[in-house]
Each structure stands twice: as structure tokens, then as C-alpha cells.
Design a protein around this ligand. Structure first.
Ligand code: GP9
Ligand code: MN
Length: 430
């Protein structure tokens, strides 16, 4: 009911972080290219296998200051069973997924006030998702219409010949290559665009066609872990090619480029091989630490910070983007806070109620000291309060999704509820 949404609003108002004047509005009117790194965990950054970097291109974005990227090395995914779909929900809505199942599927007809719709209403952006899989996967074709995604370039727009496809869909190299004309079409319009590019090849079980590996795999004997590095390199090479193409077509310099990892690729079933790779035991605390995924952003005209160590997470992306565009996040229901704000809330809730801070972590009902890795036998009142707050936050989130509460929320007087009938996707008619 509207009373329930008021309780949520009171909480998100309390958590809200004021914009940082140095960043507020700096991306206004710029094209935004958001790149999804499938199953990419941050331990890959700077990781060397057999004395060689696995992801030299991404590493260069992190370390070459002249590229003006800011890389968040303590950024975490917060996904559950909805995997990619949960990450999408988090990034465009600052809402968590559900403890079970995928909200994309079970809450596909809810009311949302998502980033694509806000950018359209506030600044006339055209939004697009580009992905080499069928539009029905994860129920995207239904929920995107509630997010206000204007164009959905799914597999029906791409050349999906056998040699270009592996595993779930189009290989990343042909995906980026074939996406260029679509980006140019978006560029040709009068409005700025927000394009979401979703890669696919670096996905379990991490397979490539023969001759497409550029590096040897690892040698733990666990095929999943061993191949993980080879598909990561393939993804890295596809990005290098894509950046080259963007620059060539004049789409790079003046665009916001944002890169994020959606969720882990190596599950706890592979702890033995991972302990060999990392040369340390994979304890529950270590496993929580491995849930880091990359978040990198470049805003034209804004100096990159290099590596930023702020503890942050996927829920923070939407308020960060809004503030960069000069739109106050305060009007919207969001559980994350602006990463660049001095008031950014630097605790990271996981979907299962565990959470991390820069000093300590709460994993499977146990508090740990981050530095020593030791159990904190007697947590302070502050620690227990934060644990309770995280649980409260997650329960409010679930009320929003289960009660479809955004139906009762009006972000502003001139907000127009998104009408799914305004959107039609897919080249093939249905
Ligand atoms: C499929 C792709 C994979 O389209 O997004 O989803 P995942 O299995 O990672 O959730
Ligand atoms: Mn995924």
C-alpha cells in the first residue's frame, strides 16, 4: 500500500548521499556506453598466469592514467539466483533481486522507475540494450518495456551463423563488431543515447572454438577454472577491438564509458582449484572477498582517479549515474548511494544478509576482522546495528518487489508512469 512505500521512502531518504559538486552534472547530455563483462571477477585484473597478464587491455585501463578511467577495486556484485538479470536490475534500478528465483521473471510486470525511463523523461535520452541472445531470455522482452528501454537489439539483429556462435549465443568479437552500425544509428539521432552492451562468451562452462585461444589455460585439473582464463583473455581482446572501433568512428572521446562485472564465474564448487590458483585457502571470508567484480568509469572532461578503494557495489551505480548526469537521486527509491559522494555509504550488503565493510565482514552469521581474518567473538553494538540495518534494507527491498510498491510512488509531479505498450522489440514479428 502507499503506507508501505512511505516506510521505504523514509529509509532511502535517510540513506541518501548528497552529490559531490566536482562530479554533479559532468556527464549531462553525453552518450553513455555501458559494457557488461560476463562472469568477470576482479581477481583477474593484474593476474598473471604462466608469467603473463590474462587481461592486458583491461589492466591498461586501470593503470594508464592518461586513459582517465577510475577503477573501483573494492566493488562487489550483489546477485543471487537471477545472475545476469539480478545485475541488470541492480544497475538500472538500484534494487536488489529476490532471495529466490529471478525478479526479472517473477516480477516482470511490476512498475519500475528505471534509469532508461528517467533519462528519457529528464534529458530525452534514447536507451538501447545490445545482446547476442534471444530477447526472451531472462524475460528481458517483458521487463525492459517496464524499464523504458527504447530499443532492444537481440540476436534477431545479428548474424548468428554457426561459426559466430558458441555457448549461449553470439561470440563477443563478432558481437562488438556487428554492434558498431547500431551504435552509429543511435549516434545519428538527435538525442543522446544510453547503450548497454552485454557480452556472453566468458560464461560457464567457458568454452572457445579451436584456434580462438590466445593463451594456455591453467593447470589445476579443474577444467572450469583452467578455461576461465582463456575466455577472459578472449573477452579482453574483444574489448580492445571495440575500443579501437569506437575511436575510429568518433564515438569514444565524448562518451561516458562504464564497465562492470555482473557476478562470479567460479562458484564455491571449485574451491580446491581456486586455492591452488591463489595459493591460499578459500575460507568463507575469502569467498566473500572473491565476490569483487570490476567497476570502471570514464567521464569525458573529468580526470580519472586511477584506482579508488571505496567499498561499493552494484546498487550504487544508478545514483552515481544520475548525479553525473545532473539529476538528483533523492527523488527516486534507491538502496544504493552515489559512489563519488562524500556521504557514500561504504557498506556492501549481499543478497543473503551477509555484508562487508572496509574493516570487518559479516559472513554466514559470523563477524570477521578483515585484516587478520580472525573471527570477532564479541561484535560491537555498531556492528550488530549495521547487521540489523542490512536485514531491514533487504526486507524493504523485498516489500517493494513483492508488493509492486512503485505503483504508489510518484518521483515528481511531472513523472509519467512507463507504458509497456509504447515498446516493441525484435526484428522478427511477434
Ligand atoms: C544470457 C546471459 C547469461 O542471455 O545473460 O545469463 P546468466 O546465466 O549469466 O544469468
Ligand atoms: Mn551473467
Amino acid at each position: 500500500s502507499s503506507e508501505d512505500i512511505t516506510e521505504v521512502e523514509n529509509y532511502t531518504d535517510m540513506k541518501y548521499a548528497e552529490p559531490n559538486a566536482e562530479y554533479f552534472g559532468k556527464a549531462e547530455g553525453k552518450n553513455i556506453i555501458k559494457i557488461h563483462l560476463e562472469s568477470f571477477q576482479s581477481f583477474l585484473i593484474d593476474f598473471e598466469l604462466n608469467g603473463e597478464e590474462v587481461t592486458p587491455f583491461l589492466n591498461s585501463l586501470v593503470h594508464d592514467q592518461s586513459q582517465d578511467f577510475t577503477y573501483f577495486d573494492n566493488f562487489f556484485h550483489q546477485t543471487e539466483q537471477g545472475k545476469t538479470a539480478d545485475a541488470e536490475l541492480l544497475l538500472d534500478n538500484s534494487l536488489y533481486g529476490l532471495p529466490q528465483g529471478a525478479a526479472f521473471v517473477t516480477k516482470g510486470t511490476n512498475t519500475y522507475q528505471a534509469l532508461p525511463a528517467i533519462l528519457d523523461q529528464e534529458q530525452d535520452y534514447t536507451s538501447a540494450v545490445l545482446h547476442g541472445d534471444d530477447k526472451s531470455f531472462w524475460n528481458r522482452n517483458q521487463i525492459y518495456k517496464r524499464f523504458g528501454v527504447d530499443k532492444f537489439y537481440d540476436s534477431s539483429y545479428y548474424d548468428m551463423s554457426d561459426e559466430k556462435v558458441i555457448n549461449y549465443g553470439l561470440k563477443d568479437k563478432p558481437f562488438f563488431e556487428q554492434s558498431m552500425p547500431m551504435l552509429e544509428d543511435l549516434e545519428d539521432q538527435d538525442e543522446p543515447f544510453y547503450a548497454h552492451m552485454m557480452t556472453l562468451t566468458h560464461h560457464y562452462p567457458f568454452i572457445l572454438d579451436e584456434g580462438e585461444e590466445s593463451i594456455e589455460g591453467a593447470e589445476t585439473g579443474d577444467g572450469t577454472v583452467d578455461r576461465y582464463f582463456q575466455t577472459a583473455r578472449y573477452l579482453d581482446e574483444s574489448l580492445k577491438q571495440f575500443f579501437g572501433d569506437l575511436k575510429e568512428k568518433g564515438l569514444y572521446e565524448d562518451s561516458v564509458i562504464m564497465i562492470y562485472g555482473d557476478h562470479y564465474g567460479i562458484s564455491e564448487n571449485h574451491n580446491r582449484a581456486m586455492s591452488e590458483i591463489l595459493d591460499e585457502e578459500i575460507t568463507p571470508l575469502k569467498n566473500a572477498n572473491l565476490q569483487r567484480v570490476p567497476y570502471m568509469i570514464r567521464v569525458p572532461g573529468v580526470e580519472g582517479q586511477g584506482i579508488n578503494h571505496e567499498f561499493s557495489s552494484q546498487a550504487d551505480v544508478m545514483p552515481t549515474m544520475l548525479h553525473l548526469l545532473g539529476i538528483d537521486a533523492k527523488d527516486y527509491i534507491q538502496f544504493g548511494t552515489d559512489i563519488f559522494s562524500d556521504e557514500h555509504k561504504d557498506f556492501v550488503p549481499f543478497r543473503n544478509g551477509s555484508f562487508m565493510t572496509k574493516d570487518y565482514s559479516y559472513v554466514q552469521d559470523v563477524f570477521y576482522d578483515n585484516e587478520s581474518g580472525e573471527v570477532i567473538e564479541e561484535p560491537t553494538d555498531d556492528m550488530k546495528e549495521l547487521r540489523d540495518q542490512v536485514h531491514y534494507e533487504l526486507s524493504l527491498n523485498d516489500e517493494v518487489l513483492n508488493g509492486d510498491l512503485l505503483r504508489f510512488y510518484e518521483p515528481s509531479d511531472d513523472w509519467e508512469p512507463v507504458d509497456p505498450h509504447d515498446y516493441q522489440y525484435g526484428k522478427s514479428s511477434d
